[in-house]
Ligand binder design. Sequence first.
Ligand code: ADP
Ligand code: ZN
Length: 210
Amino acid sequence: MNLIFLGAPGAGKGTQAEIVCDKLGIPAISTGNMLREAVKNGTPAGLAAKECMEKGDLVPDDVVIGILKDRIAQDDCKNGFILDGFPRTVEQAEALDKMGVSIDKVIEISVPDQKIISRLSGRRVCEGCGASYHLDFKPTKVEGVCDSCGAKVVQRVDDKPETVLSRLETYREKTAPLKDYYQNKGKLVTVNGQEEIAETSKLTLAAIEG
Ligand code: ADP
Ligand code: ZN
């Protein structure tokens, strides 16, 4: 089962991908997490990505497509995967088609803009494993410490309010057209992103199975 999770930044794609991948036994692949890792390790892709990411712009298609292609060629992707944060442009979606990857479903998690802004301001991520938390909706058990790996939990530079607005704009301009792209292929299912994480998971799983 090859799935794509689509939605604005902060809609909850990553959170749902982490939950659903456990249930389905397939890996969740987050290009955002892979790029942050590349930046941390100072790889060539990381060097190319750093500045764009800090400004809330998209990283160039060729960089992201390269990373994604290597990742889905790995053994654990044999039975399927969930893509979180990819594709983010029509060019990326076309690249996926050209790789011969067939997508079973595209789950769009839909959340109004006003909610997005408050969600992102409270978001925290683990520096170690990339797990994501929220001060109100999904707090860590111990303040500032990751539940799963014990590393420090911090605010992402691109979750500052100035950057959030430009990320939403980028989403509207570059990524939202993918809804039509997949709607036309009959693959799009839209789920309302609820306040309760578990509620959204139920709706998401129902959309995948239905
Ligand atoms: P969010 O979904 O909350 O915006 P991500 O962690 O998915 O956050 O992505 C963070 C940043 O990484 C993006 O703002 C962008 O700069 C970069 N990025 C991630 N995935 C892609 C992609 N598929 N194409 C281009 N840039 C990407
Ligand atoms: Zn962690």
